[in-house]
Design a protein around this ligand. Structure first.
Ligand code: PGA
Length: 210
């Protein structure tokens, strides 16, 4: 199976012009590229970094799953540890967003660093009688995110083996040197790439190696 590689640009870059350059350099990799909301339309990107759980209404500053779907977005990152930390997102909030994504035909990428976070969301999906097959899980150990200290292959494999879900990505300090090991040795179906997705040549090398 071909690996699913997802670029999480986070809050970068600062100008649309830079975003266009980076997008043009990396779009042919076949990766899912998740830029900040404001660039999605201009780039025609197929990924987003968040959404709000209602479809429309008085929710200042928010963007809905329906809006993203109507723009042609396919994947959305939800429950990222940075949102859990800075926006104080709870498992309850994240589950509502995942359900909104699934109801609107998006493929949510649920970021977790422990199994309990996944179990909570799975239970909510089952309660709503929604199909779970479009859910993508991303295992992102906190210590590895943005630190340059990737998870050991042994620990990552152990975690992959304990997640009973068909599509699980690894994320956290992925680079072109370690990318292949998470796929071939630890058994992940793809990668969620933060910092290295902003460096075109490095990102292209990750996709090539994965
Ligand atoms: P990183 O970020 O690749 O910079 O560690 C990964 C992520 O936060 O998704």
């Amino acid at each position: 199976m071909k690996s699913l590689i997802v670029a999480n640009w986070k809050m970068n870059p600062a100008t649309l012009q830079e975003a266009k350059v980076l997008f043009d350099q990396t779009k042919n990799t076949g990766a899912v590229i998740c830029p900040p909301y404001i660039y999605i339309m201009a780039l025609g990107a197929n990924g987003a970094q968040d959404l709000f759980w209602e479809d429309a209404g008085p929710y200042t500053g928010e963007v809905s799953a329906l809006m993203l779907k109507n723009l042609g977005v396919e994947y959305v990152i939800l429950g990222h540890s940075e949102r859990r930390k800075y926006q104080k997102e709870t498992n309850e909030i994240i589950a509502k967003k995942i359900i909104a994504a699934l109801k609107n035909g998006l493929k949510p990428i649920l970021c977790i660093d422990k199994i309990s976070q996944l179990n909570f969301v799975v239970k909510e999906i089952e309660n709503c009688k929604l199909e779970i097959k479009n859910l993508v899980v991303a295992y992102e150990p906190l210590f590895a995110i943005g630190t340059g200290k990737p998870c050991s292959i042994e620990k990552a494999k152990k975690m992959r083996d304990s997640i009973k879900h068909p599509v699980v990505l690894y994320g956290g300090s992925v680079n072109s040197q370690n990318a292949a090991d998470y796929i071939n040795q630890a058994g992940f179906q793809g990668l969620l790439v933060g910092g290295a997705s902003l460096k075109a040549q490095e990102f292209i090398a990750i996709v090539k190696n994965a």
